[in-house]
Write a protein that binds this ligand. Structure first.
Ligand SMILES: [Mn+2]
Length: 465
């Protein structure tokens, strides 16, 4: 995946660098290492050497990632190890299922299946702190060139836009404006999640034509139009997927882990799953895209609101760079009190939220499940799921809402339970701590499937988790 985006010469250099690192690693544990596909390797070594790997927590993972950073590509290694079986067939099965698990949990980690126990090493925990800003700078420069060559720039978020999507979109709007280009954010209709901010922006001088309707876009497109997609990379999640078909030059900036579905024709992709939010990514880009960005206080506020919503006020997925971004936005005039006010609820939604919390059932494993009254919406169930996490003993929460023929589910976790894996079983997705799903089935059925998925999840994770 990393190599697909680089030119041939560089690809060869990167490949040989990876191979060098891996064969050094193999010889350090006296392993037989064999490449069996473009990006796959097979190794056999003695149980005694495995102890060493566990002691240094598979530091080859860091070495490969650092190699990538030096060469400005995102390289990660995922390892599955099988141990303590009576025969090679079983060992291979263990290793394969461990590898599946490593990839399923986001890669960049090692999973060891020793008999019926499973151990995890590496992965996202330290990756947040390890990211360098090299990539943000490289992307910013490439993006600047693309914007400069464009006629008009259109910016699109995901369906049912949230503060993160809107904040990132406004940040990109500023970048285009500072580069002397006309840019629009495509938005037909605001929604409850962003209403406050949209109203505030529309009431501010200079933003009267910031938003544009999707129908109008269609008449304005030419071969030099540029589409910047923020906060998603899945075509089916876009607010106006049909526009992707009409514009050839596309940029994707997202912080969600790559799913199967992707905007394949994108010219430039900045996918950084370890960033807290699309707003954080855009804030970094803004610091490199022009000499001195002319970010307005309301724009800085929108970006800060985006970071705040995706990190639950700097609690989850928050790395040192998240604070650096926030600090930059504060300097540019983002007012933390105004941001807080954007999150205020009206009394009616607060009462619905309280009802959801009151209805919650807390299972033995610390999972809270609640069914929402029909008057709620996506935002309220997400907030209610967050609220459930403030209850002692609750490790993860799921709130279900009947919406027409669909049941919407909002999943949240403190970090021990991977709600992404659970909701993926129901066709949803997201992150370890924040995930969602939409299921076209009756509530009763969805509730049963969810409980089954939770049960399976705990069985799969094993006792070690
Ligand atoms: Mn986001």
């Amino acid at each position: 995946e990393a190599l697909m985006s680089v030119e041939d010469v560089k690809r060869a250099v990167i490949s040989s660098e990876i191979e060098k690192k891996l064969s050094e690693w193999a010889s350090s544990i006296k392993a037989f290492l064999k490449k069996y596909d473009d990006d796959k390797y097979f190794a056999i070594f003695k149980e005694g050497e495995l102890k060493k790997l566990e002691e240094n927590r598979f530091d080859i993972l860091d070495k490969i990632r650092e190699t990538g950073e030096e060469m400005k590509v995102l390289l990660t290694l995922s390892i599955g190890v099988g141990a303590e079986a009576d025969d090679f067939l079983t060992l291979n099965e263990y290793a394969s299922s461990a590898l599946d698990l490593a990839l399923g949990r986001g890669g960049d980690q090692a999973v060891l299946k020793r008999g019926d126990k499973i151990y995890f090493y590496g992965g996202r925990t330290q990756a947040v702190e390890k990211r360098t800003r090299v990539k943000a700078r490289v992307i910013a420069h490439a993006l600047r060139e693309l914007i400069k060559e464009s006629s008009t720039i259109f910016i699109m978020g995901h369906n049912f836009m949230d503060f993160d999507s809107l904040g990132a979109a406004i940040g990109m709007y500023r970048a285009c404006a500072d580069l002397g280009k006309k840019a629009y954010i495509i938005l037909d209709k605001s929604n409850v999640a962003i209403d406050e901010l949209v109203k505030k922006i529309k009431a501010t001088d200079g933003y009267q034509d910031l938003f544009i309707k999707s129908l109008e876009v269609k008449n304005m497109i030419d071969e030099n139009s540029l589409l910047i997609v923020v906060d998603t990379h899945r075509p089916s999640y876009l607010s106006y997927p049909e526009i992707v078909e009409l514009i050839d030059r596309i940029v994707v900036i997202d912080h969600h882990r790559r799913g199967k579905e992707f905007i394949d024709k994108a010219l430039l992709v900045y996918l950084e799953p370890y960033a807290s939010s699309a707003s954080e990514l855009v804030t970094e880009i803004l610091q490199y895209i022009v000499e001195k960005i002319n970010l307005k206080p309301i724009e800085a506020e929108a970006l800060l609101a985006g970071i705040a919503v995706d990190t639950k006020n700097f609690t989850f997925r928050t790395g040192s760079r998240t604070f650096e971004a926030a600090s930059f936005l504060r300097k540019k005039g983002a007012d933390t009190t105004s941001v807080k006010q954007l999150f205020q609820n009206d009394l009616a939604s607060y009462i619905i939220k309280a009802t959801i919390v009151k209805n919650a059932e807390i299972l033995d494993n610390g999972i809270a499940i609640a069914i929402s009254p029909p008057a709620a919406n996506n935002l309220i169930i997400a907030q209610a799921a967050d609220e459930l996490l403030t209850i002692k003993g609750v490790k993860a929460s799921f709130v279900l809402l009947q919406r027409g023929e669909d049941v919407a589910i909002s999943g949240r976790s403190m970090g021990d339970v991977n709600v992404q894996i659970i909701l993926e079983k129901l066709g949803g997705g997201g992150h370890l701590t924040v995930a969602g799903a939409q299921v076209k089935k009756p509530m009763e059925e969805v509730l049963n499937e969810l409980k089954q998925a939770i049960k399976e999840y705990f069985e799969e994770e094993g006792e070690d988790r």
